[in-house]
Write a protein that binds this ligand. Structure first.
Ligand code: PLP
Length: 462
């Protein structure tokens, strides 16, 4: 063994302790450090010929790189839909790395069963029935891709083609109908050989809505004269967190042939609150469902879950047949369900958080975030320099300058907020008007944080 490795092996507990100390220091200060970091990153260093050992690596990281990391795990980073990492989930994530299980299959470990237990808990959390099975993937983009891949195989079943053998071209053109899909849906269409241009946008409800007009969807399906399609329903759009009427869309399946995929990346968390659960009523009727976990479950990146009612088709698409792995029968190993073969135990952080805080603890995060978004929305409405672009429907506040919201002026506002170090919001365009989004999804955010964000916005727009 290389002497530096041998030395690190002899000091492994101390090295883990040192990393813990750095993490504790960084996380303890996260509420007060600048929320976003400006300025150039250090110049790239050369590949080390001779290693310096883990302690020196830690010292180099804390000196060169850590000062340039954002406070995105903290309470006032409201860009994208970022979430954070609960204490228990961080502990679970560390152990995922430390114990380094390969959850492609059983492999002489109980880890795969732990993932199955976690998926079953999540299914219940999001109000899905036992006909849905699922697996962990890296994020909602991967989850949408898996869902659409199963949908593509379903189209083959309808048309008498094994897409997994013959390829996507054997299907001919595939149409994906959707109202306000996330950009990851067209990315998935590109990856899957469906093609980005095959998105068939369906009109939205009138009156400042991002939800699909179900009557227009029905008309589009009727026009197809029996040719099957994929419908992507959206449960939580990124700008205004609008929800398609899932129940009504699912009811159309009685008359029209389509695969119903629901992108509930963060909107699925409405199911945790009795007051909000109506927004995802009908989710269980979907053929495939995407929920992100590194957003509103507040587990570290990278974790999402995909569910489907057609695991048989999923195995057709993703089975990893090789002489020594064999073909799946019975309960398939995870390597037969998602794009990955070897996979880390990304269920463990979610398992930890669910054991630590339960349904009630996670419900509290969701409900508090929604209340804080409403509070910020009301505060913005009262500011002379800003106006809301849409009502605050759930956890995102979409707003812009009251006067002349040109792209340049809105970008300058975003930069001013970022430079204050007090908050981070991300630009968007809604209804052709440039604006900003403040998305609440972090477990640490309080009312006091929200007042600080409002003050920063008032200053930057005043
Ligand atoms: C964030 C998001 C995605 C993509 O999620 P990643 O985890 O970044 O891959 C997809 N759909 C919706 C609605 C989202 O909000």
């Amino acid at each position: 063994m290389h002497p530096t490795l041998a030395d690190d092996l002899s000091r492994l507990p101390e090295i883990l302790q040192s990393a813990r100390d750095v993490a504790a220091r960084e996380v303890a200060g996260i509420g007060e450090r600048p929320v976003a970091v400006a300025g150039p990153a250090p110049d790239a260093a050369r590949l080390p010929e001779h290693g310096a050992g883990a302690d020196a690596a830690l010292a180099s990281f804390t000196e060169r790189w850590a000062p340039g990391f954002s406070g995105s795990a903290g309470p006032r980073y409201l860009g994208f839909v970022t979430g954070g990492a609960t204490p228990a989930s961080v502990a679970g994530d560390w152990l995922t790395s430390a114990l380094d299980q390969n959850v492609s299959g059983a492999g002489g470990s109980w880890a795969q069963e732990l993932e199955r237990e976690t998926v079953a808990w999540l299914r219940e959390l999001f109000g899905l029935g036992e006909e849905h099975s699922g697996a962990f993937v890296t994020g909602a983009t991967a989850s949408n891709t898996v869902g659409l891949a199963i949908g593509r195989e379903w189209l083959g079943e309808r048309l008498g083609v094994d897409v997994f053998r013959a390829g996507a071209a054997a299907l001919g053109p595939v149409d994906v109908l959707s109202g306000s899909p996330h950009s990851s849906v067209t990315k998935a269409m590109s990856v899957l050989g469906i093609g980005r241009d095959r998105l068939r946008p369906v009109p939205l409800l009138p009156g400042n809505r991002e939800a699909v007009d179900v009557a227009a969807l029905e008309a589009a399906l009727a026009e197809r004269e029996g040719r099957p399609a994929i419908v992507v329903a959206n449960a939580g759009t990124v700008n205004t967190v609008d929800f398609d009427d899932l129940r009504a869309i699912a009811a159309l399946k009685e008359r029209y042939a389509f695969w119903l995929h629901v992108d509930a990346a963060f909107g699925g968390f409405a199911a945790l609150s009795p007051d909000l659960a109506g927004l995802v009523d009908g989710l269980d009727a979907a053929d495939s469902v995407c929920v992100d976990l590194h957003k509103w479950l507040n587990v570290p990146y990278d974790a999402a879950v995909q569910f489907t009612r057609r695991r048989d088709l999923q195995v057709k698409v993703f089975h990893n047949a090789s002489p020594y792995l064999g073909l799946p029968d019975g309960e398939p190993d995870f390597l037969h369900l998602t794009p990955e073969n070897s996979r880390r135990l990304r269920a463990l952080p979610a398992w930890f958080s669910l054991v630590a805080y339960g349904r009630a603890g996670h419900r509290e995060i969701v409900e508090r975030n929604v209340a804080l978004a409403r509070r910020l929305g009301a505060g913005i409405e009262a500011l002379p320099g800003l106006r809301l672009l849409a009502p605050v429907r759930l956890n995102v506040v979409c707003f812009t300058l009251a006067e002349d919201p040109s792209p340049e002026r809105v970008a300058a506002l975003a930069r001013a907020v970022e430079a204050s170090g007090e908050a981070y919001v991300t630009p968007t365009v809604y209804g052709e008007v440039p604006g900003l989004r403040a998305a609440f999804s972090n477990w640490r955010t309080t009312g006091a944080d929200t007042e600080r964000v409002l003050a920063a916005l008032a200053k930057a727009s005043g």
